[in-house]
Design a protein around this ligand. Sequence first.
Ligand code: FE2
Length: 671
Amino acid sequence: MATYKIRVATGDFLCGGTLDSVAVTLVGTQGESPKFHLDKCGKDFSPGAVDEYVVQSEQDLGPILLVRLHKERYGIFPPTRWNCSFVEVTGPSEEVYRFPCYQWIVGYATLELREGAAKTISKDADNQVFLRHRTEELRAKQQAFRYKEFQPGWPKCLDVATVDDLHPNYQYSSTKTSTLEVNMATGQVELKLKGLLDCKSSWNKLDDIRRSFWFHRSPATEYVSTHWDEDAFFGYQYINGVNPVTIRKCTEIPAKFPVTHEMVAKSLENHTTLDQELEKGNLFLVDCEILEGVPATELNGRRQHITAPICLLRLTPQGELLPIAIQLTQQPGPESPIFLPSDSEWDWALAKFWVRNSTFHIHEVLTHLLYTHLMAEVFTLATIRHLPMCHPLYKLLIPHTRYTLHINVLGRVRLFGPGGLIDEATATGFHGLSVLLAKGLSALTYSTLCLPDDLKERGVESLPNYYYKEDGMKLWEAIHSFVSGIVSLYYPDDISVREDPELQAWVAEIFDKALLGRESSGFPSHLETIAELTKYLTMVIFTGSIRHASVNNGQFDFGAWMPNYPSSMRKPPPKAKGNATFESNLETLPDVSTTCRSLFILWLLSKEPGDRRPLGCYPAEHFTEEEPKQVIATFQNRLAQISKEIEERNRHLPLPYNYLNPPEIENSTSI
Ligand code: FE2
């Protein structure tokens, strides 16, 4: 007789326990055990519990390869869902085998778990049991998770209609769902009660904006509402605001934007010229060309407007980034004057409103939705479909895909799909959004998503006080080092990367489904070396966590004061100077109803609805060996150090930049 000790852990989730009967079968190299029913005195499988059992097998089963978990009917009770964290088996010679699960088991079912040591397929070459297991696992997942086209020219997405169609493993927890529902309901009730949602007129005065959502104010929203009209704060937002990735160095004044020294002389000191500033590398551009031709929608019965402005900014000797010229279209000429800080107060304010509004569209549709949410969805699907649970890269990546499918499916139904919240609150509506997103995907490159390459390409590596860059680079390097540590444990050389068919299928699918197979994107369709693999994995983790946090978490901070981030413009861009007044600007900015709808979205999306997993926090132990656990611990220590450095820096800033402080970053794109 051989004695086995079995420990079964239940996930610490609301309703994570089960009343159903649970049995296990142990599968070893020397045979299979009978089915052992796990039943002890008292209640088994409560949330957070680790239950222990001792079972006897007539034969020694040898090293244990698999555990079959059987969830079966118990008496007259109806089936209940069960969240199993792991099973641990101690054999007759006290050898311990750990079987990670971290899944919901729904209804009556048998789940086969393999021992937790991470292995690429080449390490299973001599083991038919493991080879069969990984093939069957992938076949089942590829059947269950399929792609569909949501809109032409968009990345492909998961083929389900609603979040109810998702497997519970990928759904928000009940805590997260209820928190989000409460947030949605209270936000809407608040606006309804104030009668603002149905008010289609202009704001009478800017201070009235404080009536909407202002009780959600924070030091950041107060700061923005005080400094929003300062040129220095306008420039600041292109490096540390919610869209810190579009500004680029100006190496020559573009022919389509004929700014001259005479125009901007008042913005420069006496001893310098526009050409000299250009040579010194002090000029930067925000060019919204991609908005050209994007159609605008009607909101509240009125046609809205979109334009494609260009803004020239100058880095001053004091380190401020100041806008010095704005052209509101891509076609220079008498009907598209170049606005200057020396123009009338309301002309210059209107020109800046247009740039901020254009930034709103580019930010929400491209840098937020496309670069993070939709890319992360394909990363998630390819990981599920091509990497079996025992694959080291599955274990590395799966925490960074948590809830991404849920938020995107929900987004398609309620937020950015036809008739969703964005359709009713922004000048693009759904149709314009769809056109812009497809344009954005056709221009997206691999460099855009790799921070060091992106900074280099935009020529902004040496821009001072660029906290997004500074914090982002520290985090990029921390992730790169973490990933490198994991990769080195499982890939001894470049050949092992080239000859891992699961890895190659994973990267090929991302190229095919996210980039639609476009070679000019520069995205790899296969990986040849350890260095390429490490960079690619860093990009995947960075995108879902850090990149998303940087463009998501500050949405309400910077948008709550609507004039700083208008979601729509009700009048076309001016064709001449001298006509703007305070009143005409208010008639151009969004009406009360549109403002409130957009603020509701920004507030909702800035608030992670509970059940958080900050960057580097891995309560689900998919890795069971010591070496990867040490690599994780080193990563966590590095993140703690970065956090300290950020907090120290922030103590001296009038507006702290905290979006990339590791405890504020979620492991995955989940809101
Ligand atoms: Fe988001």
